[in-house]
Design a protein around this ligand. Structure first.
Ligand code: SF4
Ligand code: SF4
Length: 436
């Protein structure tokens, strides 16, 4: 196996910290706990002590590494180039490779290595929706008597598709007009299993704008969940599989509508840089990857004819804004829509508290961070909040429900798709809320 021992961070990755404290001002976990150990600077100091041998690794120490939201706000602000978020991830890898937690190792290996397996594992969720049980629970108001935590987990779920999108999509979707681009579409797990309507809309928008869209059905998870839980060995296998798969597709670019997938796919080049067999292939793959908003903003777009009268705000996913430097493009696409009133969200780039699974693993902290986001959202009086990350969408669903806000959480490209299909006459067009 390419990675058999954990890579220890080099001295320059932690030694240069000048303890200026700039990173404290942007860290959501520090903001909630006001404790040095829960801050980026504190995490860097802990890593340094462990690597220098003056502190024995303990459960509490690793807990601080898992409590990090990976929002990268600290990485971006540090004046000397320390990357505390990366250090926290590196420590998780050391923990998992030196003290593997058996069930997690097995679960990731089994579920994430084949798309059919995760589709099967999530079948009960689709049956919950398909059987009508979910509608009944809402019609009778029974969701109100669920235990709070279970109610929050239920609220995370969007309207679930009848079946995974992978099973209903054609291998290639042809452009509606003249073909201008050949695009490979990376269908992420969450999009396939939960946000199928959004990815279907994304493919429609691409086809409408001259793209022939090829959707390889055998993609596996991009690797971010495994990376977050220290399974670098599994990430490498997933990366190699996806790279080889897209090599068989003659695509000019590889587009994804998931911010987290996009940031991970763009990192395959770095991940495999030291592997002589894969370095060049991985670099070529990563160079082709584009977030859908990034790609659409880079080509001549058909102006949507529809008039969508709605007040819309936008939340920056950390994996889009910080990991990929994409912030203007989604806003620009939204502002193309006639009738749409765009209102900027205060602290739009502050983490929403999702970080993939923090609502499950660090429930209280995740909710505290979310509350700040939702307070800001309420101030905008928006009817829609758009964001291009499924994890953020699920987290915002919880916040909107908790605060009883009449706000729909959508992918920005879904609004663009609506504008393409709506007529030109001004009208208020709001999708039916799923629980009404
Ligand atoms: S990690 Fe960077 S920003 Fe934070 S205290 Fe150290 S030098 Fe300052
Ligand atoms: S990544 Fe985010 S949560 Fe983690 S230390 Fe940095 S600022 Fe704090």
């Amino acid at each position: 196996m390419f990675v058999s021992t954990p890579r220890l961070p080099a001295e320059k990755e932690y030694l240069n910290c000048i303890r200026c404290g700039l990173c404290l001002s942007v860290c959501p976990t520090y903001r909630e706990f006001l404790s040095e150990a829960a801050s980026p600077r504190g995490r860097v100091a802990l890593v340094r002590k462990v690597l220098e041998g003056s502190l024995s690794p303990s459960a509490n120490l690793f807990e601080q590494m898992y409590a990090c939201f990976g929002c990268m706000a600290c990485d971006n602000i540090c004046p000397v180039g320390i990357r505390p978020a990366d250090l926290a991830l590196a420590m998780r890898q050391i923990q998992e490779q030196t003290h593997p937690s058996g069930w997690k190792q097995g679960l990731f290996g089994i579920l994430l290595s084949k798309p059919e397996r995760i589709e099967l594992a999530t079948l009960p969720l689709r049956l919950y929706e398909r059987s009508g049980l979910r509608r009944l629970i809402y019609a009778l108001g029974l969701w109100k008597i669920l235990p709070t935590r279970l109610r929050d987990l239920e609220a995370m779920l969007p309207h679930l598709p009848q079946r995974p999108l992978r099973q209903s999509l054609k291998k290639e979707v042809y452009p509606t007009g003249k073909k201008r681009y050949q695009v490979g579409f990376f269908l992420g797990c969450a999009q396939n299993l939960m946000f199928a309507q959004e990815s279907a809309a994304a493919i429609r928008v691409l086809a409408r704008n001259g793209c022939s869209v090829i959707i390889p059905k055998e993609t596996v998870c991009c690797g971010m969940p495994a990376l977050g839980y220290g399974r670098s060995d599994l990430v490498i296998k997933q990366a190699q599989h996806n790279i080889a798969l897209f090599e068989s597709v003659q695509a000019q670019v590889i587009v994804t509508d998931c911010a987290t997938c996009g940031s991970t796919l763009k990192d395959y080049g770095k991940l495999l840089a030291n592997d002589p067999q894969w370095a060049e292939r991985a670099a070529q793959f990563s160079a082709k990857v584009r977030d859908i908003s990034e790609f659409l903003a880079s080509i001549p777009l058909e102006k949507p004819q529809g008039h969508l009268k709605a007040r819309v705000t936008y939340h920056d996913p950390c994996h889009l804004r910080r990991a990929q430097g994409i912030q203007d493009q989604p806003r620009m696409l939204l502002k193309m829509i006639d009738g749409l009133e765009f209102v900027e969200l205060p602290e739009a780039d502050w983490c929403c508290g999702s970080a993939g699974s923090q609502l499950i693993t660090h429930y209280d902290t995740s909710l505290k961070v979310l509350r700040r986001k939702i307070d800001n959202l309420a101030r905008t009086q928006a009817e829609y909040i758009a964001t291009g990350c499924p994890g953020c969408q699920m987290q915002l669903n919880v916040g909107v429900r908790r605060a009883a806000l009449d706000v729909q959480v959508v992918h920005p490209i879904t609004l663009l798709d609506m504008a393409y299909t709506l007529g030109p006459s001004p009208r208020k067009n709001r999708g039916k809320r799923r629980r009404e």
